[in-house]
Design a protein around this ligand. Structure first.
Ligand code: ME8
Length: 664
C-alpha cells in the first residue's frame, strides 16, 4: 500500500520546541513502522510562512519577511535530521509550486460557485490567525493565547463551508475512524451539530496585509493563511498535475488538538468543494504541558528538544516521548520522569537484557552462537509470547496507540529477563549442560533479534546497534516485519556476537525539575520507578555508581554535608556468602560490622561474583535503611557497588580497616 503522512507545517515566528519535535518524531515513528509493515512511504513536513504574525515577528527582528522566513524555515528543516527523523518532502508555503497550487485550488472552488464576497466583523486573534465568535472567547480572551483579540470589520471573500456541513456529518458517520482517537471525532461532530459554524472568511485585503498569496480572481486581496496552509498537503505532492498526488493521495494527517477545527472541518469541506477525496485519517494528539500549562512559544515555557536529545541521547528521548504520552491525552514533560523511564525501561530492562546475554555468551560460548537443541515447553512459551507480543505491538502501532504498543513489547523484554533468571545459563555452564545452554541462549537471541527490530521505529540508532551486536542479518527495511513475525526459527549457528553491550547507561536525576510527570488527564504516576526487585537500585540490590555519561552534562543533585552525615556507611568483613535459594541474581551475605552480631545483607551481584571468593573481604555498606524482605529473606542494609566495564564491582578499602569503620 502507499502511505502518505503529514505533520502540521509549523509557523516560523519562533524556534521549534518540544511540541513540534513530538509531532515530527511521532510522524517519523509512523513512517518507519509502515515501512517495516511493507508500505511505500512518503513523509511530509514543512513551514507555514504567510500571515500577520510572521510579518510582526520579522518586524520585531528588523528583517524583511522573506529573509526572516528563509532563516527560520532553515531552523526547522535542519532540526529534523539531528533528531533522527527522516523526512521525504519539506514544503514551504513561500515555494513557487505551492503558490501555483493554492491559486489553482481557489479558482476551482470559485468556479464551483463556492466563493462569495461579503462584509464581516469579528474578534481576530493574530496568534491564531483567525476570527473568534463571542461564544468561543473565554472571558473575552483567545482561549489559546490568553490575549485579547482585536475587533476587525472589513469586506472579504468567503468560502461556502456551511453548504458542505451536512455532507461532512454524514462522512464522519460513515467513516468512524476518519478522526482518531474517537474523542476528537466526537468533538468535531459536536462542532458540526452545534449550528455555530459559519462560512469561512478566506481573504485579507492588501490594505492590511500583503504577505500572502494573491487571490487569482481579485488582486486586491491575499489568501487567508489557513486556506493557503492546508493546501500544502496536496501541493507538496504535485497537485494539480498528477505525479505523486495520483499515487499517494488520500494520505493521512497528524496534528495536535489545537488545530482540530481547521483539519476536521475546513479541510474536508475544501477538498469536497474542489472535487477531491478526503484524507484517510486525521490523527490527533494532546499537548505536552510544562508545569501544567501548554508548552507554547507565546507562553514562553518551552523545552528545547535538541537539549534533551543531546543530554540523554535521541533514542532515549524519543522512547520517552512515545511511551509517556498516551496518544490523544495531554502529558506533563518532566526531566525526572524522563530519567526514571530511561533507568527503568531502558537501562534495567532492555539494556540489561542485552548486556547480560551477550556477556554470558562471551564467557560461556566464546561469543559464537551454538545450535539449538530440543525446545522444552518453557522455551516454546517464550516463542508464543514473542508472537503474541509482536502482534499486539503491530496492531497498537497501526492504531496510533504507541504507549500501549511499547508496553506490549516490554512484556516480552521483561519475560526474557525472567527466563534468563529461571533458566540460569551460568548454572547450566557450570554443570556442563552444553546442549541445554545452547537452547536457552538460542531462545534468548531469537527473541532479542525480534525485540531489536521492533524497537527500530522508535529508537532507530539503538535498534541498529542491537542488531549489529547480535550479528543479525535482518535489516530494518520495507516489509521486514512480516518476515520477523512469521516464525521463531533457530538463530543462525556460528553467528559471532558482540562481547557485551552498553546501550543505555543509567542516568542521574536532573538538578532541579519539580515538574510532575504523567498524564495530565489525571492518570499520574503511570511511569514505573526502577524496580528494585528486578535489578539495580533499591536496598539489597546494588545502587550502582553511574559510569561516566558521554551524552550528559554530569549534573548531580547538590546535598549539604548534613545530608551526607545522615548516611551510615560502614566497612565490614564478609563472614559467609551464598546464593539466595529463591533468586538467581541475589547473593546472601553475613557481614561483620563490629556490632557483636552478623548482619544479613542481600545483593544483586550473583552474576558477577562466586560467593566463595567473597568470604574474608571487606566491603562498604549503607546500614541505616529500614530492613527489607526480598524473596522471603530480610536484608539489613545495602552493599555499595560500581558498574565497571566487565560488570558490577564491589566498593572496598585499599587497606585493612576495623570492622564498623565509618565512611566519612
Ligand atoms: O498551528 N504539545 O503551526 P504551529 C504538543 N501553522 N504538540 C504541540 C505543542 C504542544 N505543547 N505545541 C505545538 C500551526 N505542537 C499552523 C499549522 S497545518 C496546515 C498549519 C505541535 O507552529 C502540534 O503538532 O502553531 C501542533 O498542532 C503544531 O505544533 C502547531 O504548530
Amino acid at each position: 500500500m502507499n502511505y502518505f503522512l503529514t505533520t502540521p507545517i509549523y509557523y516560523v515566528n519562533a524556534n521549534p520546541h518540544l511540541g513540534h519535535a513530538y509531532s515530527t518524531i511521532v510522524a517519523d515513528v509512523m513512517r518507519r513502522f509502515h515501512l517495516l509493515d511493507g508500505d511505500e512511504c512518503l513523509l511530509l513536513t514543512g513551514t507555514d510562512e504567510h500571515g500577520d504574525k510572521i510579518v510582526k515577528a520579522a518586524e520585531a527582528r528588523g528583517m524583511l519577511p522573506k529573509s526572516f522566513v528563509d532563516e527560520m524555515s532553515g531552523r526547522f528543516r535542519d532540526l529534523w535530521p539531528t533528531l533522527d527523523i527522516s523526512v521525504d518532502r519539506f514544503i514551504r508555503t513561500t515555494d513557487k509550486n505551492h503558490k501555483r497550487s493554492v491559486q489553482a485550488f481557489l479558482q476551482k472552488v470559485h468556479d464551483a460557485g463556492d466563493i462569495y464576497f461579503g462584509e464581516f466583523g469579528g474578534h481576530y486573534c493574530f496568534g491564531c490567525e483567525r476570527f473568534y465568535t463571542e461564544k468561543e472567547l473565554e472571558n473575552g480572551l483567545c482561549p489559546q493565547h490568553l490575549t485579547r483579540p482585536e475587533y476587525i470589520e472589513e469586506k472579504n471573500y468567503f468560502f461556502r463551508m456551511s453548504k458542505y456541513l451536512p455532507w461532512l456529518k454524514e462522512h464522519m458517520e460513515r467513516h468512524p475512524d476518519c478522526i482518531r482517537p474517537e474523542r476528537y471525532r466526537k468533538e468535531a461532530m459536536a462542532m458540526v451539530e452545534s449550528g455555530d459554524l459559519e462560512d469561512l472568511c478566506i481573504s485579507r485585503p492588501k490594505s492590511r496585509l500583503t504577505w500572502g498569496i494573491d487571490l487569482p480572481f481579485d488582486d486586491g486581496y491575499v489568501c487567508y493563511v489557513w486556506f493557503d496552509a492546508l493546501i500544502n498537503y496536496i501541493s507538496a505532492i504535485g497537485w494539480p498535475g498528477g505525479g505523486e498526488f495520483d499515487v499517494f493521495w488520500p494520505g493521512e494527517h497528524l496534528v495536535a488538538k489545537d488545530i482540530l477545527k481547521p483539519h476536521a472541518i475546513f479541510w474536508p469541506t475544501m477538498l469536497k468543494s474542489a472535487g477531491l477525496p478526503v484524507y484517510r485519517h486525521l490523527n490527533v494528539h494532546g499537548y505536552w504541558l510544562s508545569r501544567d500549562a501548554k508548552m507554547s512559544k507565546s507562553l514562553g515555557n518551552v523545552v528545547s528538544p535538541l537539549d534533551m536529545g543531546r543530554r540523554y541521547g535521541n533514542d532515549a528521548f524519543r522512547y520517552f516521548l512515545l511511551r509517556e504520552m498516551h496518544f490523544g491525552s495531554d502529558a506533563n514533560f518532566g526531566e525526572d520522569a524522563l530519567v526514571q523511564r530511561i533507568n527503568a525501561d531502558l537501562a534495567n530492562d532492555l539494556g540489561n537484557l542485552f548486556n547480560r546475554v551477550l556477556s554470558m555468551a562471551a564467557r560461556f560460548l566464546g561469543s559464537v552462537v551454538p545450535p539449538r537443541g530440543e525446545m522444552l515447553p518453557r522455551d516454546t512459551a517464550i516463542a508464543d509470547l514473542a508472537k503474541e507480543s509482536m502482534e499486539n505491538w503491530a496492531q497498537l502501532f497501526r492504531n496510533v496507540q504507541f504507549s500501549q504498543g511499547l508496553e506490549s513489547l516490554w512484556v516480552l523484554v521483561r519475560a526474557l529477563n525472567k527466563y534468563t533468571d529461571s533458566e540460569a545459563p551460568w548454572a547450566l555452564h557450570k554443570a556442563g549442560e552444553t546442549k541445554r545452554l545452547g537452547t536457552v541462549m538460542q531462545v534468548l537471541l531469537t527473541a532479542m533479534e525480534k525485540v531489536a527490530l521492533l524497537c527500530w521505529p522508535v529508537m532507530p540508532k539503538a535498534a541498529t546497534r542491537m542488531l549489529e551486536q547480535l550479528g543479525s542479518r535482518t535489516k530494518p527495511a520495507k516489509g521486514t516485519l512480516a518476515k520477523v513475525m512469521a516464525s521463531f526459527a533457530e538463530y543462525p549457528p556460528g553467528t559471532t556476537l558482540a562481547p557485551s553491550s552498553n546501550l543505555f547507561p543509567r542516568q542521574e536525576a536532573p538538578v532541579a525539575d519539580a515538574a510532575p510527570a504523567g498524564d495530565a488527564s489525571g492518570k499520574k504516576g503511570e511511569h514505573a520507578a526502577p524496580d528494585a526487585g528486578k535489578k539495580g537500585g533499591g536496598q539489597g540490590a546494588s545502587p550502582h555508581v553511574v559510569p561516566p555519561d558521554s551524552s550528559g552534562d554530569g549534573a548531580t543533585v547538590p546535598v549539604t554535608i548534613e545530608d551526607f552525615k545522615k548516611l551510615d556507611i560502614r566497612i565490614g568483613t564478609i563472614r559467609a556468602a551464598e546464593r539466595h535459594p529463591k533468586a538467581d541474581r541475589l547473593l546472601r551475605m553475613e557481614i561483620d560490622f563490629g556490632e557483636g552480631r552478623l548482619r544479613q545483607i542481600l545483593s544483586g551481584i550473583a552474576e558477577h561474583y562466586d560467593p566463595k571468593t567473597l568470604v574474608g573481604r571487606q566491603v562498604c555498606a549503607l546500614l541505616n535503611l529500614p530492613p527489607r524482605k526480598m524473596r522471603d529473606l530480610v536484608s539489613e542494609g545495602m552493599v555499595l557497588t560500581a558498574e565497571g566495564e566487565g560488570g558490577v564491582r564491589l566498593l572496598t578499602v585499599d587497606g585493612p580497616v576495623p570492622d564498623g569503620g565509618v565512611v566519612a
